[in-house]
Design a protein around this ligand. Structure first.
Ligand code: GLC
Ligand code: CA
Length: 567
């Protein structure tokens, strides 16, 4: 297969609402992204993925779309969007957008018609959504059709009195699921996607794309995720989109399927697939869950990090896609905690652990996605009041924790450790009161550590996290590491993260202590032909088997075949 542009690119994910405000309303906007394009390009990045910019009541920060063909006034206008495209393209950069295909807002005109029997378009739109009559319980009283649980914590069903039935929403009640079995829905969604293609976007990240099909028998289950995730028929819908809209253009399509198997992943994103180009899975994301915790259960239960699980996941996916597809690399997105707080140490070893994490990821083959603020080691929130949080999920789950018997502080700590708001605070550009994000009070509180952790300071420090990202991303381009070949070592080792990758002129060997405990790692023959290239501690001993907490080293070795040409 000839190389496609997205195999050579590096992506930067911008959470629009929190990146850069330019009109002093405390909300990030499209002009803010334009303002920072040069910053992003300077880091060595050429593709920007922006989180949803559509008109929306913002129940889930824009993942609840009211008008698919318009820009939210919070973020600007359609002209601002066009300006973003042309400013990016003028710099040889690409823009990909989040496309929400699974649901709309309950304020979308389709749903307004669907829920109201007196609406003139009711019959046209009723079947755009998924309705079920109440189920009678043993006492003969009407109840929810099933006990399915939404991804945000409550029931997946909300009662609609005028029609005397329930609509399905696998996220919030303000996000009714579309009925993809209805051909009219598919026609309407294709028109929406075509609209953005015609404007000139370079690709899409298809939100919640593995949930498009539901089990229409609606069996009783709790939580019942298997009845609205990864069902065979959703592939048909994706393929229909791909053949009609994606393949005719040179677009990058990124799909999302949290727990895809090898076979499914190849079906989604193998070279001969007709669905996506890249697949985002979450396998490495929550490798620290304490299964015994049932007060703040599931992803909320922070346990100790299982390093072997993380390594095995990376090794597995490199192998799954070897010669058959292309890997996407990322530490986290807007749905997970900040990586340095999650797998590193945001207190004593902040810089060192952020660098260790960067070494472990950014020399691997594939297309990387850097999450905004990761390049300066932004951390989880320091919030002390429940009202500081913004995410719709937080409030349902806080209630659940209390019901499970959690004390207020336990619940707050679970939120600070695990909630999605951790990754959504305003970008820390400088140490001014609103961190250079805005001149007004931001929509969401800036992290108090912005006086230490910010772009401006780190740009002045030669060995900062920001400088390291810049160096590694440029090295990656220069050495064409996206196309490298990787070998992992000692996958069973409980502390070490070790791999070797081939670049254009050198081979690189990363040896990292992924933990906060000292580590002994026999180097022996491994480093025989290698010299130390860079390390995240001062005076690193190239030959020493002793690694300090989070110490990581990159060794390299010039290829014999190119060495004479290089001298
Ligand atoms: C995806 C998004 C998440 C959003 C959800 C509903 O999982 O990543 O942020 O809340 O879909 O659209
Ligand atoms: Ca603004």
């Amino acid at each position: 297969m000839p190389t496609r542009w997205w195999q050579d690119t590096i992506i930067y994910q911008v959470y629009l609402r929190s990146f850069q405000d330019t009109n002093a309303d405390g909300i990030g906007d499209l002009q803010g992204v334009i303002k920072r394009l040069d910053y992003v390009r300077d880091l060595g990045i050429d593709t920007v993925w922006i989180s949803p910019h559509f008109d929306s009541p913002m129940d889930d920060n824009g993942y609840d779309v009211r008008d698919f063909c318009n820009v939210s006034p919070d973020y600007g206008t359609l002209d601002d969007f066009k300006a973003l495209l042309s400013e990016a393209h003028a710099r040889n950069m690409k823009i990909i957008i989040d496309m929400i295909v699974n649901h709309t807002s309950d304020e979308h005109p389709w749903f307004l018609a669907a829920k109201d029997p007196t609406h003139p378009d009711h019959t046209t739109f009723r079947d755009f959504y998924i309705w079920q009559p109440p189920r009678m319980n043993d006492q003969g009283n009407p109840e929810r059709p099933t006990s399915w649980v939404s991804w945000f914590g409550g029931s997946t069903w909300t009662y609609n009195p005028p029609t005397n039935d329930y609509y399905l929403h696998i996220f919030s009640a303000k996000m009714p699921d579309l009925n993809w079995r209805n051909p009219a829905v598919r026609v309407a969604m294709k028109a929406v996607i075509q609209f953005w293609i015609d404007l000139g976007v370079d690709g899409f990240r298809l939100d919640a794309s593995n949930h498009l099909e539901k089990n229409w028998d609606f069996p009783e289950a709790n939580p019942g995720y298997e009845h609205f995730s990864n069902l065979p028929k959703h592939h048909e819908y994706l393929e229909e989109l791909s053949r009609a809209l994606f393949e005719p253009y040179d677009l990058l399509i990124i799909g999302e399927a949290g727990s895809a198997s090898r076979e499914e992943a190849l079906r989604y994103a193998g070279y001969d697939s007709h669905e996506f180009n890249l697949l985002i899975h979450f396998e490495h994301c929550w490798a620290d869950i304490d299964e015994a915790n049932n007060v703040t259960p599931g992803k909320w239960a922070k346990g100790s990090v299982d390093v072997t699980k993380i390594k095995r996941s990376f090794a597995k996916w490199q192998q799954v896609f070897a010669n058959q597809g292309w890997n996407v690399l990322y530490w986290h997105n807007h749905d997970q905690p900040r990586i340095v707080s999650h797998y590193g140490d945001d207190a004593i070893h902040h810089r060192r652990s952020a660098l260790m994490l960067a070494y472990c990821l950014y020399l691997l083959p594939g297309t990387p996605i850097v999450y905004y603020g990761e390049e300066i080691g932004m951390t989880n929130v320091d919030y002390t009041d429940l009202s500081d949080f913004r995410d719709v999920e937080v409030f349902t789950e806080y209630g659940n924790f209390k019901q499970n018997g959690a004390h207020h502080e336990t619940a707050m700590q679970a939120l600070r450790d695990r909630c999605r708001d951790n990754a959504r605070t305003p970008m820390q550009w400088d140490d001014s009161p609103h961190a250079g994000f805005s001149t007004a009070t931001p929509w969401m509180k800036v992290n108090g550590n912005h006086s230490d952790i910010n772009v401006k300071t780190q740009q002045k420090q030669p060995d900062s996290i920001w400088q390291t990202y810049k160096t590694l991303l440029h090295l990656r381009k220069h050495e064409r590491l996206n196309h490298g070949k990787v070998t992992f070592y000692t996958l069973d080792h409980e502390q070490a993260f070790v791999y070797c990758v081939t670049g254009k002129t050198h081979d690189y060997l990363v040896i990292a202590n992924f933990t906060d405990k000292p580590m002994r790692y026999p180097l022996d023959s491994l480093i025989k032909d290698y010299t130390l290239y860079v390390a995240n501690v001062k005076n690193a001993q190239a030959k020493s088997p002793r690694f300090a907490p989070f110490e990581a080293r990159i060794y390299r070795h010039q290829h014999n075949r190119t060495s004479s040409a290089m001298i």
